[in-house]
Design a protein around this ligand. Structure first.
Ligand code: GLN
Length: 232
């Protein structure tokens, strides 16, 4: 029932997890980033009001969307079959793979997933990076107890710097962003060929307007301007 949902039909309430720079993070108490700017532009172009941003754990985004607490997920979320059973995704707006992040001290420099054997490896709960680690456990490269699961990637990278894990599996663009600010380095990449989409409820037909708006900002150069502002 539309009337029971987060916003009115005119308003789209966006939700994110603001610990994923440069896509979403907090600066001077404000939620900013590429996804934030992109979602606001797209919602506006689609003819809707942008509601107040809701900042919650990554794992709570899909349940909150389906409960109607938010109307749109903008969180660097990879379009995945399992998620597509629960929500709809907009057309893709970004491409990413996974990176293996290590400390920048040059101590441990793995060149492939096999070299992660018996190391402590971290990721954020419920992510595609965690999926890579699950594959490593499945393959017997590491054991369940070698895996450290974090509420968010900012905490995972902190623990990597502190020496509590030896590697973190994380989306490439976010890994690169952390290397600029923290003493961590990308050891190698895992070519997963992921695409990010904006998430919406499966019964919310406003997604057609959102897709039109994404196409429009790609055509008129606004998308490139946003990339230049947040990624370069
Ligand atoms: N792209 C990854 C995923 O969808 C990570 C997203 C994130 O941590 N915000 O699982």
């Amino acid at each position: 029932l539309a009337g029971c949902q987060g916003g009115s039909d005119d308003t789209i309430v966006p939700g994110t997890n603001a610990t994923f720079p440069p896509f979403e993070y907090t600066q001077d108490g404000e939620i900013v980033g590429f996804d934030v700017a992109l979602a606001e532009e797209v919602i506006d172009r689609a003819g809707y009001e942008v509601g107040e941003w809701v900042d919650i754990d990554f794992g709570s985004l899909i349940p909150s969307l389906n409960d109607g607490d938010i109307d749109l997920i903008a969180a660097g979320m990879t379009i995945e079959p399992g998620r597509k059973e629960q929500i709809d995704f907009s057309d893709p707006y970004w491409e990413a793979s996974q990176a293996v992040l290590v400390r920048a001290d040059g101590g441990f420099q793995p060149g492939s997933v096999d070299e992660l054997a018996d190391r402590r490896v971290g990721a954020q709960a419920g992510t595609t990076g965690e999926g890579q680690i699950e594959d490593l456990i499945e393959a017997g490269t590491i054991t369940e107890s070698d895996y450290r699961q974090y509420e968010n990637y900012t905490l995972a990278v902190q623990d990597l710097e502190n020496g509590n894990v030896d590697a973190v599996v994380i989306d490439v663009p976010v890994a690169q962003n952390f290397t600029a600010e923290r003493s961590v380095a990308v050891a190698f990449e895992i070519d997963t060929g992921e695409q990010y989409g904006l998430g919406m409820r499966q019964d919310d037909d406003r997604i057609a307007d959102i897709n039109d708006a994404i196409a429009e900002i790609r055509e008129d150069g606004t998308y490139d301007d946003l990339v230049a502002e947040w990624h370069e």
